[in-house]
Ligand binder design. Structure first.
Ligand code: UDX
Ligand code: UDX
Length: 449
């Protein structure tokens, strides 16, 4: 990383201090800006003020603490004060899906309203930035709300600056972005935004507001499409006796395709891909330009879990009363986030069929237990203990420490030597040498002689 020292540090407000807002605000402070993070959750703000970080994200806690001590980062519930003192106000509040797949923009609307209530012509120019993932043309609606409800003729521009951070590597993604997308319809707003990002020394894609909004939906949907594509190929590999990892390697070395996001598994989860694919389908339908390809992306993603369950049933016959150990609760490695986690969906399905499930996750034990409330699942606090007397071990999340596990020790703990690796994470030959029958995704099953 090559950071350029910030010459004109700016006063920035981030509204919504979740996975996106908190990491973004902290990284802005790290490069020298003065940042105030606003959240309407009093308990969260108090915790942060006391140095307690409510989420797990690698390197984030140390970065928060050092920037708070340096006086560049603070936390508040007072949106009004932040709007009054900051040049640029980023909105990073949730945009969850409605039942029909359309995006719930009520948090964005209410924050826009709150900004309109405090902003005045005397305050001077303000840039309002949409960081949350929103359907195309939301920025124009944010502008309308502010122009309509503000007292007087306020000087405001609305900009779209989508985030591309992956949970679990959010700090490094933010500090070393592949690109920064800025969508603005005014040069004044564009110039100010470029000053914000100048220290990151990253390529800046300067586009209009609507194109920036579309870039985010199109990027996440394309990544989800890549995952579903390789998952569909994995089903063919299973039938044909081929190896999906080798196929991914072979096609991924073509730079036009690239190996990234071609890991076959149980399917994608998390707070972004499922909702963004749905959101893009919905907005494209509304515009009369349906993205039917994305309906198939969703369909393949759902089928991947169904196929896995079918293979489990084929192996264990009935799942009722079977002791099943599950490694992983988080939707991916290096996070405590279980939103739309396939591991959680899988465990619920196993419980519904009467299996006795014990699960382990290095960071998502608490969030996972909350997501599984009402289900009779034991959460183990050790990954080996989780496998005691199990008839099958399922790997549901791609944590590195599962890949490094001592499988001989695991074999000694378990009742039957069967592994179903839903993330193609373990070394199959090691599992075989430890005495396991090893099932994975899109590859031949390995069985001891
Ligand atoms: C959110 C959006 O869901 C996503 O679409 C977008 O791309 C980035 O922002 P995330 O940061 O993961 O993602 O959400 P979450 O961790 O739920 O945090 C949102 C925060 O906003 C919470 O702390 C919540 O208390 C706060 N909030 C919500 C407000 O401060 N005001 C509101 O009106 C609503
Ligand atoms: C995603 C995008 O990558 C990021 O740019 C965006 O702005 C927010 O959404 P995130 O959801 O945090 O990030 O994690 P990501 O690493 O993209 O993984 C999403 C899901 O896809 C996880 O469930 C993961 O297990 C799965 N995945 C990812 C695969 O199944 N195969 C892959 O090859 C990659």
């Amino acid at each position: 990383m090559c950071l350029i020292p910030v010459h004109n540090n700016m006063n920035l407000a981030i509204i919504g201090t979740g996975y996106v807002g908190l990491t973004t605000g902290t990284c802005f402070a790290e490069v020298g800006h003065n940042v105030v993070c606003v959240d309407n959750n009093q308990a969260k703000v108090e915790a942060l003020r006391e140095g307690r970080v409510p989420i797990y994200e690698p390197d984030l806690e140390e970065m928060i603490l050092s920037n708070v001590s340096a006086g560049r980062l603070s936390f508040t519930t007072e949106l009004a004060k932040a709007v009054k003192t900051c040049d640029i106000i980023f909105i990073a509040v949730p945009t969850p899906p409605h039942e029909d797949g359309s995006v719930d923009l009520s948090y964005i609307e209410s924050v826009s309203h709150e900004i309109a209530d405090v902003i005045t012509p005397e305050m001077g120019y303000r840039v309002i930035v949409d960081k949350s993932t929103v359907p195309v043309s939301t920025g124009s609606k944010v502008y309308q709300v502010i122009a309509r409800y503000a007292k007087g003729n306020v000087d405001v521009d609305v900009v779209s600056n989508p985030e591309f951070l992956r949970e679990g590597s959010a700090v490094s993604d933010l500090m070393n972005p592949d690109r920064v997308v800025i969508g603005a319809d005014s040069q004044r707003a564009m110039d100010l935004m470029k000053r914000v990002y100048q220290p990151f020394n990253a390529p800046i894609v300067e586009v209009d507001l609507h194109s920036a909004e579309l870039i985010k939906h199109a990027a996440n949907s394309f990544l989800a499409l890549k995952i579903s594509y390789i998952n569909a190929v994995s089903a063919v590999c299973e039938k044909a006796g081929a190896d999906v990892e080798l196929v991914a390697q072979g096609i991924g070395m073509d730079k036009r395709i690239s190996r990234h996001f071609l890991n076959a598994g149980l399917g994608y989860g998390g707070s972004c891909f499922p909702k963004d694919v749905k959101g893009f389908i919905n907005v494209a339908d509304q515009l009369g330009a349906p993205m039917t390809i994305l309906k198939e992306v969703e369909n393949i993603n759902e089928q991947q879990l169904e196929r896995f369950l079918k293979r489990l049933r084929k192996k264990l016959w009935v799942l009722r009363k079977k002791r099943i150990a599950v490694w992983g609760l988080a939707f991916k490695q290096n996070t405590d986030d279980v939103r739309e986690s396939v591991a959680i969906k899988l465990i619920k399905r196993l419980c519904d069929e009467g299996a006795c499930v014990t699960a382990y996750d290095p960071k998502a034990a608490q969030t996972g237990a909350a997501a599984l409330a009402g289900y009779d699942v034991t959460i183990a606090d050790d990954m080996y203990e989780c496998t005691r007397d199990a008839e099958i071990l399922i790997v549901a999340t791609e944590w590195k420490q599962f890949a490094m596990a001592n499988l001989v020790k695991v074999r000694e703990m378990m009742r039957l030597p069967i592994i179903f690796d839903g993330r193609n994470l373990l070394h199959g030959e090691n599992a075989l040498h430890a005495g396991f029958e090893y099932h994975s995704i899109g590859r031949k099953t390995l069985r001891p002689q």
